[in-house]
Design a binder for this molecule. Sequence first.
Ligand SMILES: Cc1cc2nc3c(=O)[nH]c(=O)nc-3n(C[C@H](O)[C@H](O)[C@H](O)COP(=O)(O)OP(=O)(O)OC[C@H]3O[C@@H](n4cnc5c(N)ncnc54)[C@H](O)[C@@H]3O)c2cc1C
Length: 453
Amino acid sequence: MIGAGAAGFCSALAAHELGVEVFVLERDSIPRGSTALSAGLIPAAGTRFQTAMGISDNPALFAADLKRKAHDQADPALVDLVAQQAGLTVEWLADGYGLPFSIVHDFDYPGHSARRMHGLPSRSGVELIDRLRQAADQRGIPLVVNATVSALYADAEHAVRGVEITRRDGTRDSLGCDALILACNGYGGAPDLVARHIPEMRHGLYFGHPGNLGDAVLWGGELGAKLKHLSGYQGHGSVAHPHGILISWAVIMEGGFQVNKNGERFSDETLGYSEQAAIVLAQPDGIAFDVFDERIAAIARQFADFRQAEASGAVIEAPTPALLAARLNVPQPELAQSFAEIEEARRTGAPDRFGRSFIGAAPLAPPFEAVKVTGALFHTQGGLAVDRAARVLDTNGKPLPNIFAAGGAAAGVSGPRANGYLSGNGLLTATVLGRVAGQTAAALVKQRTLASG
Ligand SMILES: Cc1cc2nc3c(=O)[nH]c(=O)nc-3n(C[C@H](O)[C@H](O)[C@H](O)COP(=O)(O)OP(=O)(O)OC[C@H]3O[C@@H](n4cnc5c(N)ncnc54)[C@H](O)[C@@H]3O)c2cc1C
């Protein structure tokens, strides 16, 4: 497999379980990928972790949430697959490889009708990728680092027979293969591809892994693969600026709000953090402030990123809205008006002027807190069209002979726009499709080995 992120390691572990020889090829010296930049949260329905917390959920409910968020533009067969298999995949990682998942149980993610985000103790993707790498190490799966795959060797039927690897010093090697899994994420790190396919983010910060340069879609295009939903992406409207640290959307979902530099609110923030990226970037200077309070900060502190933001001085505190306005350098009357507006919505239960409901939210109480944020592109959601077996499809919908894709290399389940991204869709397709790709590729290799005697 190409790429040592969540998708690459899940596919490697699954293929290795079936007894085939596996190599993971990775451009970097230490596997990190966008997986390490994430909070490491995987949505899954009907797991024993949910049952233990008394959370009622099931794959059908999860599939309905995915379809609704993607405005029915995602492939329904793929949605059903990932919704059905996410629970199995999380339990497979927990039981087979010792990943100690627990549920994020103290706030709701937008669009999820049950609490189903599964994370590791630090709530960080570094822990996820490190644990996956250790699991692969322990099973003796070879990881070849500093190995950029620079070309694929394919025959006339578009079956891949091997890959070219370019080393740091420019030397090149070749490696043969019976099947190839593309787990090298999308094209968020390729400004020309972003400008072409996602023009609204061409001037936005790219907050994903810089090594994700679109190789999967470029190779796939050459091999006649169908490329799908290339305008789809995961954005985020809450990256601390200029610190460059993700601020969990918990600060909003628990009753916080965003204002622009004029102290004014500008949206219903609860629709989703992904679409909020472009909305924040459209504000003066592309800047907003997350405004919340100490109770909410205590919830956000479960995330390593938030703790780091506090340590870096990104979180500003004040005892009154007026002092907060002064510390943020935003106009005091407008910020006071924004506080009054959401308090009114909370008290009356009527939606605010953007349609956001504050029913059930606790009133914001001193000390108040705020973080200056901007919008960013996290990763692309379009990519190679795959079927339920993670086989890459050609433009006629027929599987290519031996190429599979998972994670950001494959077209995801978010449809063609940022507002189709349901929280967790990234690691959902990285882990579930990764495992499926590993299983299917291994089955193909074994079948061919048997056939050749
Ligand atoms: C800040 C941030 C927060 C996020 N939070 C979440 C979250 O909480 N939950 C969630 O579901 N999703 C989240 N995401 C999205 C999620 O991180 C990605 O969708 C997921 O990690 C993709 O996994 P992957 O294995 O496909 O790619 P990656 O983890 O990016 O791995 C791809 C690997 O391929 C390597 N590679 C690329 N090209 C080549 C090549 N030619 N040769 C060799 N190697 C190559 C790269 O170096 C990289 O290591 C977040 C993303 C970001 C940026």
